[in-house]
Write a protein that binds this ligand. Structure first.
Ligand code: PLP
Length: 387
């Protein structure tokens, strides 16, 4: 249990809620979930499924019509011809991280994980007895890893490469050339890939590219995607894995041990999400695009702050410098002194030092208030240090 980590976002949220309970007004820029409601047609499908009696266990891998809908969806979005037997429906996408790592990482094995990156990768690799090997994502490369650096980190113990594009926390997006480079290394060293594509529909320029579309890669890649972000369904808990046939029985066995299955009526709402009107997704993306411009522009106007334009997801990852303070100390001070909740870059790994993560999944008015508080708080912190 000592090896198991946690997620900073949930910790900061708890701290912010405690301040609110004591009467403070807090601006929430810490939470990674759309501030939109699930679309009505999706809710209606969930309610109808409840009325039709989908209130019992389902097969562990999921209901066949839902697995078929996901297989069709990845066919359209990734050009991937998969059998529904390769699809496993999970309660949220997060279990796919756990199942995949538990299935392929044993004592002493190594997994390459993005740093900064979603903290659960590192946590579960350690829990499985493995060693996470950090793959640095640098601002100077738009938070895309350096393929040569990746290659140098592969050893005889490497089993798995974890990719996440668009990325949490940086908003970085891997290019087709990056994916080609990873694919070449994975083929050469016979590695598994976990491709976390949970933000695949939240992309601001160009289109999403998946490593699963490259030759031979579907046979060694677990594709992770889900409904939480795209369809504003975080609380429903609905996600999926599309896995190579050799891994499917292991992932399903893990799900039987952990969760038994995903709620049946929730699964059926997923078909409505994938195959119903997509306008709500487009409207949400348009709104995120407006907020992205506002937040990045606002951040770049603050002294000592520099922010790249994120290519996807709904996070800004600015470089924020106050001499003598770590990003954790800056984030803590901004919450305690100004009531603005955001995350230290180091909540996502050591290479996050010097950065903060803001979620722009909040209203324009709240974002403007958050930026005002940040500017004031940072000016005060810098003045206190004579800079
Ligand atoms: N992967 C990444 C990169 C995420 O940021 C998240 C959620 O924050 C997940 C996976 C998990 O998504 P879900 O809420 O569907 O479990």
């Amino acid at each position: 249990m000592q090896q198991l980590g946690t997620e900073g976002a949930f910790e900061v949220l708890a701290k912010a809620r405690a301040l609110e309970a004591a009467g403070r007004r807090v601006v929430h820029l810490e939470i990674g979930e759309p501030d939109f409601e699930t679309a009505e047609h999706i809710k209606a499908a969930g309610k109808a499924a409840l009325d039709q009696g989908y209130t019992h266990y389902t097969p562990s891998a999921g209901l066949m019509p839902v697995r078929e809908a996901v297989a069709r969806y990845v066919g359209t979005t990734r050009g991937l011809q998969v059998s529904p037997e390769q699809v496993i429906i999970t309660p949220g996408a997060k279990p796919v991280v756990f199942y995949t790592i538990m299935a392929v990482i044993g004592e002493g094995d190594e997994a390459l994980v993005p740093d900064p990156g979603f903290p659960i990768y590192d946590s579960v690799v350690r829990y499985a007895g493995g060693t996470p090997v950090a793959l640095p994502l640098r601002e100077s490369r738009q938070f895309r890893f350096d393929p040569d650096e990746l290659r140098r980190r592969v050893t005889s113990r490497t089993r798995l490469i974890i990719l996440n594009s668009p990325q949490n926390p940086t908003g970085g997006v891997l290019t087709p050339a990056d994916l080609e480079a990873v694919a070449a290394i994975a083929r050469e060293h016979d590695l598994w890939v976990l491709s976390d594509e949970i933000y695949s529909r939240l992309i601001y320029e160009g289109e999403h590219h998946s490593i699963t579309s490259l030759p031979d890669m579907a046979a060694r890649t677990v594709l992770l995607d889900g409904f939480s972000k795209t369809y504003a369904m975080t609380g429903w808990r609905l996600g999926y894995a599309v896995a190579p046939p050799a891994l499917v029985p292991h992932l399903v066995r893990l799900q039987t041990n952990v969760a038994s299955c995903t709620a049946g009526f929730v699964q059926l709402a997923g078909i409505a999400a994938l195959e119903g009107p997509q306008e709500p997704v487009e409207a949400m993306l348009a709104e995120f695009r407006r907020r992205r411009a506002l937040v990045v522009d606002g951040l770049n106007r603050i002294d000592g702050v520099r922010c790249l334009l994120p290519g996807g997801a709904f996070y800004a990852f600015p470089r924020v410098e106050v001499p003598g303070l770590t990003s954790k100390q800056i984030a803590d001070a901004l919450l305690e002194e100004e009531g603005v909740a955001l995350l230290a870059g180091t909540a996502f790994g050591p290479h996050g030092e010097g950065f903060l993560r803001l979620s722009f999944a909040n209203s324009i008015a709240e974002l403007e208030e958050g930026l005002r508080r940040m500017a004031r708080g940072l000016a005060r912190l810098r003045a206190a240090r004579g800079t």
